[in-house]
Design a protein around this ligand. Sequence first.
Ligand code: FAD
Length: 385
Amino acid sequence: MFLDLTEEQKLIQQTAREFAEAELAPVAADLDRGGDRRIFLANLKKLAELGFMGLNVREEYGGSEAGVIAFSVALTEIGKACASTAVTLSVSNMVCEVIQAVGNEAQRRDYIPKICSGTYLAGAFALTETGAGSDPAGMTTSAVLDGDQWLLNGSKIFITSAPYAGVFIVWAVTDKSALKGKGISCFLVESDAPGLTIGKQEEKMGQHASATNELLFQDCRIPKSALLGKLNDGFRIAVGELAGGRIGIGSLALGIGQAALEAATRYALERKQFDRPIADFQAIQWKLADCATDLEAARLLLMNAAFKKEQERSFSKEASMAKLFASEAANRTCYEALQIFGGYGYTVDFPIERYSRDVRITTIYEGTSEIQRLIIARELLRNLA
Ligand SMILES: Cc1cc2nc3c(=O)[nH]c(=O)nc-3n(C[C@H](O)[C@H](O)[C@H](O)COP(=O)(O)OP(=O)(O)OC[C@H]3O[C@@H](n4cnc5c(N)ncnc54)[C@H](O)[C@@H]3O)c2cc1C
């Protein structure tokens, strides 16, 4: 069992780190406070040019074919500098992977290269609705075949990258009479499809540079060929293919946690109280040790899930464990790191308050912690039943 990265994985990690330190970290705080989004978008384009949009996508479709472990370590480096960029990258990679996994050859050749090259700044996936979050099978957005076109009606919420995505993977009900979850299909919807409107942008607690919007479909017409995967197989695609996205979210959460721990460690060495650095106090050392141990465990769980996916073995339970643990460990780390900063941690003069806001959503999106536990428990119970 080798736990070391390969030379290629190390190179990707290093490239991601250098880009993150040079281009992302210096602008992250400004973007968080509403700075010019064009800088954020320009960085997405540069990341595409560096090959980060299709890390686990085959070269014939414009991807880097670097694998899942490389994807995970790159996401951690990007997440350390700018969580908004990391989530955009994670979703775009996932969109490419879903198209590669279930799309036909024409769809693969049409869409994946555009995302990988930066022609499209991002890809987006649109599953969640007002009444269907943790229970996406309860969705009501519908798609009806009308001649040689699908007619989409309904709405989605909380869609990452909606205003600048070139293509959306949209889930909609295609058979209302089917049992719950059995009549849902998946579609590729281009951003300029007639009848598609990008709705309200959410004002969020964190990850401000990444846009999160409503999508409205009013008699939105897309070609018959826009069906992605088999008819009425959409829910299975969502459940199966989106597990890989959890490795992305866990990896970016780990990055935020690492950034918080490094900042807190430096601060503990500099800050003096009672005539000595606070790092001398055992209470502070224990916090640092607990956080470092938590993050190391998260990293190993992520590597395990990424390794299994890369080996094309079953990885859904492992991805849920990794996402659950990494997101919660990163939240614990940000909490303790802010405590180490004392009152200064609560001000915008230090990045800890931004990390603490940015990390909070990682236990919620792409399946809440409760839903990850449900997935893990279901698999345990099924195996023993
Ligand atoms: C910033 C942001 C970006 C997002 N990006 C996207 C995106 O790009 N595409 C997309 O489709 N969606 C996206 N989402 C949606 C996100 O995935 C959902 O918010 C999430 O899945 C939870 O759904 P919900 O908000 O409706 O919460 P709910 O499902 O209403 O859950 C509320 C609470 O009840 C708990 N709960 C629900 N069911 C159970 C159960 N069976 N057992 C125990 N507890 C349960 C939940 O864990 C949670 O604590 C995004 C959300 C945000 C905030």
